[in-house]
Ligand binder design. Structure first.
Ligand code: DGL
Length: 273
């Protein structure tokens, strides 16, 4: 098997990274993809840097054993807190979701006032603001943790009044600081996009970091001649899913995140890596 025929690896703390996988399936339908969801140890959003670094290293080691050609860290929390410390030693390219999301926000803001929402760990790391300020120190960045959005998305509270009330309460301060661009800095938030958009109002552009990352990954693979069907050959990619705990919950929730039924889910012992 040549390197370009090898699969793309995607990992996340659990089911949320399927919002990124969905984008990859859409724009790179010929690629084989191996997805790992660390459901046994999720959520990552309230964890320490030390633990997140260990988990991220193990998630990557598992994907490398599957002989992937390229890795996407779909988890904002792992991307924000752990990825920089881990990727130096990785033999294939690893991309996280922060830089593509930050860059897209920078390109679209007109007022120069950008909001970031994410888990506690992502927001406390200040990583999005750091990346944005490295590119343009004049931009104003406002960050806010919205931890309840994760269970609401997983439980399917996509268009419920309770979710609207929580979103209105959480996002009050974001409205007050008059941003014009808001980064959905967590895998789960694209599912609540409609409510978040309603609460923020028409003047605010939402950025889906996962979708931006999928586009960046496709460009990088093309640049490095790593696409499995570079000439648009009609090939249907194979998708396999691995999890670190019982697959039932994953398969129940996965359909909502991926927009299609997930078959063939294999449980692995991630602590072996
Ligand atoms: N995947 C995580 C993220 O994007 C959200 C869920 C979790 O906390 O594990 O930050």
């Amino acid at each position: 098997m040549t390197q370009s025929e090898q699969p793309i690896g995607i990992f996340d703390s659990g089911v949320g990274g399927l919002t990124v996988a969905r984008e990859i399936f859409k724009i790179l339908p010929s690629e084989d993809v191996i997805y790992f969801g660390d459901v046994g140890r999720s959520p990552y959003g309230g964890r320490s840097k030390e633990i997140l670094t260990q988990f991220t290293r193990q998630d990557i080691a598992f994907l490398l054993e599957q002989k992937v050609k390229f890795i996407i860290c779909a988890c904002n929390t792992a991307s924000a807190v752990a990825l920089d410390d881990v990727i130096g030693s990785t033999p294939v390219k690893v991309v996280g979701v922060l830089e593509p999301g930050a860059r897209a926000a920078m390109e679209r803001t007109k007022s120069g006032r950008i909001g970031i929402i994410g888990t506690h760990a992502t927001i406390n790391s200040n990583a999005y603001a750091r990346i944005i300020h490295e590119m343009d120190p004049k931009l104003k960045v406002f960050s806010l943790a919205c931890p309840l959005f994760v269970p609401l998305a997983e439980e399917g509270y996509i268009d419920k009044e309770a979710t609207r009330l929580i979103a209105t309460d959480y996002l009050r301060t974001m409205r007050e600081v008059e941003i014009d661009t808001l980064v959905l800095g967590c895998t789960h938030y694209p599912l609540l996009r409609h409510i978040i958009a309603d609460v923020m109002g028409d003047g605010v552009t939402l950025i889906d970091s996962g979708a931006e990352t999928a586009a960046v990954a496709a460009r990088l693979l093309a640049d490095e001649n790593l696409l499995s069907a570079p000439n648009g050959r009609n090939r249907k990619g194979d998708h396999s899913f691995y999890v670190s705990d019982v697959p039932e919950k994953f398969s129940q929730v996965a359909g909502r995140f991926l927009g299609q039924v997930v078959e063939r889910i294999t449980r692995i012992d991630i602590t072996r890596y």
